[in-house]
Design a protein around this ligand. Structure first.
Ligand SMILES: [Zn+2]
Length: 91
């Protein structure tokens, strides 16, 4: 006889659903900006050293590459440009 219980199909769908939502959660749980006080979604990741050259202060738990949100990346780029100018002025 066919012993396939119908609830098996349902639970399988459930698992798929659960898996899907977990996947979605992982997807939305993207890297966040590593600048202290910022919790925006990171858009770029640059080396920690580069960020330390700018005036952006990173979260202490950030030890490898720094993730920056769009805004802070723009700020960082502005900063580094400014830095070069300041360097030229002997700052
Ligand atoms: Zn940010």
């Amino acid at each position: 006889m066919d012993m396939t219980p119908s609830y098996d199909v349902a639970s399988e769908t459930n698992i798929l659903c659960l898996h899907h939502s977990q996947h979605m959660a992982a997807n939305t749980q993207k890297e966040t900006c590593d600048v202290a006080g910022c919790s925006k979604e990171a858009e770029r990741s640059i080396s920690l050293k580069q960020v330390k050259d700018s005036s952006l202060s990173l979260k202490p738990e950030c030890t490898r590459s720094a993730h920056l949100c769009k805004d802070h990346y723009r700020e960082y780029k502005k900063e580094t440009k400014k830095d070069r100018k300041l360097n030229n002025l002997g700052y």
